[in-house]
Unconditional design. Structure first.
Length: 316
């Protein structure tokens, strides 16, 4: 079942018309309207291509947040095999907003860690909409240290609006946990590849994305704060979110130009939610390519490369 965003309404109207004509053709076997259906379907496809060729940063933000967009568990099932989930931070408890464990990518063992938002009301509440608490980041630290101990590369899939801002998270040391997780990424002596697959929001994203190579899906976003948050601070209203998204350069294309990320993984026409399998195949190939290149780099060089790439961000 398709779900359309506000800017896709003209496409939705055409698709609805195509569906109605197909239903009519099935009910009236002697009615030949296939040529009309083909014309409307082609028009819908062309409109979709034209729309996605000129998406604004705010529209890309909406695509990145699409309710049907694939999440961590989808990619686990479509890209990886032999996933062994590992839970708990050995300090406080389990946080379902960040999942992780050993897995295989085309036979190569990796430590896979990522945010999970959930795909329906019950699972979104269970996973806290992908907004991790300190125990989530401490679990990520534990898994990264385990990977480093056994010489296993780390792969992270980032998809969060930001770390959980609740009082209980602050009481349990949210800022310290995020800082320690970022430090753990930077200190790894094994290759690390991070991919922003949806939203990459604030320190909640950087905490598991300070990698040797950082990639983004074509219609994902990555920023220090959400567009709504920036709008509320700068203009005292969330209604300027579209302007904030443009000013902050949140898109993959902007961030590649600014050298904040290292590459963009193409999505199917209309976004990852329209063809999760094709998106997953492209994602898996991109991660595998980066891991093969990093496998040739010595541990000390991996540390220096990671440090150099982040210190260079913003320098003239």
């Amino acid at each position: 079942m398709k779900s359309y965003l506000d800017f896709e309404k003209p496409i939705a109207e055409l698709d609805t018309r195509v569906a109605e004509l197909r239903a009519t053709a099935e009910d009236s076997g002697d009615l030949d309207i296939e040529s009309e259906i083909a014309k409307l379907a082609a028009k819908s496809e062309a409109m979709l291509a034209a729309t996605y060729a000129r998406l604004t940063p705010w529209q890309k933000t909406q695509v990145a947040r699409h309710p049907l967009r694939p999440h961590f568990t989808d990619y686990v099932n479509l890209v990886f095999t032999d996933f062994v989930p590992l839970g708990g931070d050995r300090v406080y408890g389990e946080d379902a907003a960040i999942l992780g464990g050993f897995a295989r990518l085309n036979g190569q063992r990796v430590m896979l860690i990522g945010h999970e938002k959930g795909n329906d009301t019950a699972s979104r509440i269970k996973h806290n909409f992908g907004m991790a608490k300190p125990e989530g980041y401490r679990k990520a630290i534990r898994l990264m240290e385990m990977a480093s101990k056994f010489g296993v590369p780390v792969v992270t899939l980032v998809d969060t609006a930001g770390a959980f801002p609740g009082v209980e998270a602050e009481e349990r040391g949210q800022a310290e946990a995020i800082a320690r997780s970022t430090e753990a990424c930077l200190g790894l002596k094994v290759p690390m590849v991070a991919v922003i697959v949806g939203e990459g929001g604030s320190g909640g994203a950087v905490a598991i994305a300070a990698a040797n190579k950082v990639l983004m899906l074509e219609h994902s976003i990555y920023s220090v704060i959400s567009p709504e948050g920036a709008s509320s601070i700068l203009w005292r209203t969330p209604e300027k979110a579209a302007d904030a998204a443009t000013a902050m350069k949140v898109t993959a294309q902007d961030l590649l130009e600014l050298k904040v990320i290292d590459g963009i993984v193409a999505e199917p026409l209309g976004g990852a939610h329209r063809d999760a399998a094709r998106t997953a195949a492209a994602l898996g190939a991109a991660i595998e390519r980066e891991l093969k290149a990093l496998a040739k780099v010595k541990p000390d060089a991996l540390l220096r490369q990671r440090e150099d790439r982040f210190l260079a961000i913003g320098s003239l």
